[in-house]
Write a protein that binds this ligand. Structure first.
Ligand SMILES: Cc1cc2nc3c(=O)[nH]c(=O)nc-3n(C[C@H](O)[C@H](O)[C@H](O)COP(=O)(O)O)c2cc1C
Length: 149
């Protein structure tokens, strides 16, 4: 099973978490969303998608071109499987984690299949980002393996 850990980031937290997930899984790669386009999504790959929120509930800079391309190209993503993890800060009460939600809603609307729980990290909490993200990745992949068995 090929695993790509995609990340959309503004200040590097999602990238750091993605790199640590890759280190924990051993056989995966981290890919910045700004370096791929919709055509790169492949039904034979399992995607773990990490995305932060910036501005006032907006996408981070590195995810914006990818989401713009999804809107413009409207690809059929049937068969593409992904799990989502949003990074945010609950002190932004009205816009907590909306960047990750926005990206997931876009993938869902184009036919992609989301698996596992929607992971979250709240920068206002005492939770460790890397520990939370690695635990989430291991849990969603275990769920996916059980479902496939
Ligand atoms: C200027 C600024 C705006 C932010 N806006 C939001 C927001 O609207 N909603 C939210 O949940 N988090 C918001 N955050 C928190 C970030 O999403 C959080 O710190 C995250 O860990 C950043 O991840 P990144 O470094 O991968 O971009 C904001 C942070 C900054 C610095």
């Amino acid at each position: 099973m090929t695993i790509d850990v995609l990340y959309g980031t503004e200040s590097g937290n999602a990238e750091m978490a993605a790199e640590e997930i890759v280190a924990a899984l051993g056989d995966a790669r981290a890919v910045d969303l700004q370096d791929i386009g919709p055509d790169d999504l492949d039904p034979t790959t399992v995607y773990l998608v990490l995305c932060s929120t910036y501005g006032d509930g907006e996408l981070p800079a590195s995810a914006q071109p990818f989401v713009d391309a999804l809107h413009a190209q409207q690809p059929d993503l049937t068969g593409v499987r992904y799990a989502a993890f949003g990074l945010g800060d609950s002190s932004y009460a009205e816009s907590y984690s909306l960047g990750g939600n926005q990206l997931a809603e876009c993938l869902d609307a184009l036919g992609a299949e989301r698996f596992g729980d929607f992971g979250r990290h709240d920068a206002s909490s005492s939770d460790d980002l890397v520990a939370s993200a690695v635990a989430w990745a291991e849990a969603v992949l275990a769920d996916a393996a059980t479902a496939a068995a």
